[in-house]
Design a binder for this molecule. Sequence first.
Ligand code: IFM
Length: 440
Amino acid sequence: MTPTKFPTQFLWGAATASYQIEGAWNEDGKGESIWDRFSHTPGKINNGETGDEACDHYHRYPEDIALMRQLGLKAYRFSVSWPRILPAGTGRISEAGLDFYDRLTDALLAANIEPFITLHHWDYPQALFEQGGWINRDNLPAFADYAAVLAKRLGDRIQRWTTFNEPGVIAWNGYADGEHAPGEKDIPKAMQVTHNLMVAHGLAVQALRGVDPKLEIGIVLSQWGVDPASDDPADIAAADHAWNAGETAFLHPLFTGHYHPEMVEALGEKFPATRPGDMALIAQKLDFLGINSYSRSVISASQGRLSPIPGSEYTEMNWEVCAPAFRRVLNRINNNYRVPPIYITENGAAFPDKISPDGHIHDERRLDYLRQHFTQVRLAMQDGVDIRGYFVWSLLDNFEWAFGFSKRFGLIHVDFETQKRIIKDSGLWYSHVISTNTVE
Ligand code: IFM
């Protein structure tokens, strides 16, 4: 394979999220989140597991930053637990919570690693949920207030801020299929949450800029490829419709100021209530766009979504490995919208890892997955997509939501009994990619 060189300033990183790694679920005055409540509810999580301890990163962050240094990461994307900062979601601020992220930020900077912050990666305050959660419009300003609290405290040291991680997952998995907290199954509600999250995003952008107009602000969207099953025009039209009606729910309002007409038509009476001024609030200028992408769906006009695809490899999440789809979806986004610079904010793979007798984790399949996806992203850059950085999901094996600890995405293996960490072969390979800026 020909070596693929990346630009000098390319920001190589790894990503995590608060609930998935921190643990310390009720320490130092932290409030309860909907994920604490959900994981403590019998039957919701595989094997009854919880994020109560997770990777114990709350206590072990110095060790984890030392590992990041060993990997040579240039940036680290993490999220903040909102109820650690505001135990009831609004009102009283917890200094101990702020102190934790202060220490984390300072330690990252001391290690020469750029902190790349996400305000909300799903661990919503339970107290706010009990007042109507994301459905209640009166709750939306609380997100902006929380954003301002954090920006006042960390904005002098953190340059790049994202509002939400994968708002579509909050709405769909939390409110439509119920697999995630808060576990509701109500499609019209999920659609209202979709719109309300966008309004909350707009309010938070205003709040962050109000604290410091120099902050760079973005949002992280999950955008998987959508490919037609064949070259048949009917399949191509079906795939285009699946994209327009289903996958543009956030891209379209953010970058055009309205919802895609095919989505509006498909939703019919389920289309959410909006208020005058909402769309302008949502479509405020962003400094960058975060894209999370792992796989694709394949659409046939006659059979709908096809799966499995014969001959394809699948990860342990049952997600097809199809790196060229990554290049295609990045081009599609770039061609359809006037987007700001893009960061790949998540990409990676879960495979069943084993510690070998030699003490190492020879995770060839993950390494190969990453190699293929890095290469396709480089090709997308050559196609003209302005991509500035790449965060592998994930730094550590961690709590994979409803799957508990059964799916390992880490560059670093975690023994959840002892909390021992071991850098996997994919992590060692990644550190070589970073130090040479080249994928071989
Ligand atoms: O673990 C999740 C993460 O929280 C959000 N994006 C997808 C990852 C893998 O499922």
